[in-house]
Ligand binder design. Sequence first.
Ligand code: SF4
Ligand code: SF4
Length: 382
Amino acid sequence: MSNTYLVEPDVGFIKEVTKLGGQDLKKCFQCATCSVACPISPDTKPFPRKEMLATSWGLKDRLIGNGDIWLCHNCGDCSTLCPRGAKPADVLSAVRSYAVSEYAIPKALGKAVNKPGLLPILLAIPAILFLVVGTLSNMVGLDWLSFAPQGAEIWQHDYINNLLVDTIMVPTFFAALAVFALGLKRFMADMHANALLEGKTTKEKIDPAGFVQALIKIIPTIFKHQKFSECGENKERATAHMMVLFGFIGLFIVTNCFFIAEWVLHIEGPYNQINPVKWIGNLGGIALIIGGGLMVAHRMSKKDQINSYKDWYLLGLVMGLGITGLLTELLRLGELHGAMAVTYWLHLILIWALFAYTPFSKLAHLVYRTVAMAYQEYSGRS
Ligand code: SF4
Ligand code: SF4
C-alpha cells in the first residue's frame, strides 16, 4: 500500500484553531522538547511536536481524525517546558474543540453553542419549552404545570409534573445520542483511514468484537485516571476531574433508578431522605460542586494557561447543575415552595442544556476520548 500523502493546507482550519485558543501556535520552532516531556508520547512518534507542525500547515484531515489528539489529557507539561511559549497543550485543546464542532451535526448548532453571545438564547429555548408544553398540557386537561399546587407535602413534581419533564427530556436525550452516534461513526472511519495511511493497521475495516474488547479493557484506566497520575505539572487536576466524572455517573444512575421507580414500579415521590439512591444523588451533586470549584480555582491560578469560553461554559454547567439540584432539595425541606419551583425550573433548563448541547461542547470529550482510547488499545499504540 502506498503511503503517499497529498498535502492540502486548510487556512480556515488554522484561523479557527487560533481563535479557539491556539494563538501561540506559530511560535513553535520544532525543537521537540514537548515530545520529550509528554508522558504519552510513543518512542516512535514525536507527539505533540508532529501535531504542532500539522496544525501550522493546516492539515485538518490528519488532525481531527487523529486519535492521538484525544489521548492528551491537557496536563500542560509540554507547555511549561516549551522554550518558545507555543503552548502545545492549548493548541491540542483547540484542535479537539474544532474536531467536536466538525463531527457534531447540525454544525450551525455547534457554532451557536460556542458563541458566548448566544448563550441566553440557548438557555431560553428549554425555559420556554417547559412553559409552552406545560401550558398546552393544561389546555387539554393533563395539568402538567401548576403555579399554586395544594396539598400536605408539596414537592417539585406538584409544580412541574414528571410527565412534563420526561416528555421533554427523553426525546432530547435520545436526539443527543443520535448526534453522538453519527459523529462517532465519521470519527472512527477517519481514525481508521489515518491508521491505514500511517501503516498502523492492515485491516480494511475495524473488527467490532475486537473494538468492544478494547473498550472494556480501557474502562479501568479511565475510572482510575491513570493518565492524569503520569502528569508532572497539573497532577492535582485528577482529583477534581474524578469528582466531576463520578458525580455525573452517580447522578445518571440515580435518574435511571427514579425513572424506573416511578414508571415501572409506580412508587411515587418525594423519596425518603434515608433512601440510599437519594444519598447517591446528594453525593453526586456535592461532587459536582466541589470538583467544579476545584477546577475553577485551578484555572484561575494558572495565569499562563489559556481559558476559552468552552472551558467556562463547561465549568458553569457543572457548578450550575450541582447547585440548583441541591438547592431544590434544601428549599423543599425548608418548605419554601415558590423558591423551590423556580430553582427546579432552572435545574431542568440546565439538564436540558446538558443533553442537547453536550455533543457540541467541551463535555463531548468524555465520549470522543473514550472512543479514541479504545481505538488506540485496539490498534496497539504503545
Ligand atoms: S511546541 Fe514548543 S517544545 Fe514543542 S516543538 Fe514547538 S517549540 Fe519545541
Ligand atoms: S498536555 Fe500533557 S498529555 Fe497533552 S501533549 Fe502536553 S504533555 Fe502530552
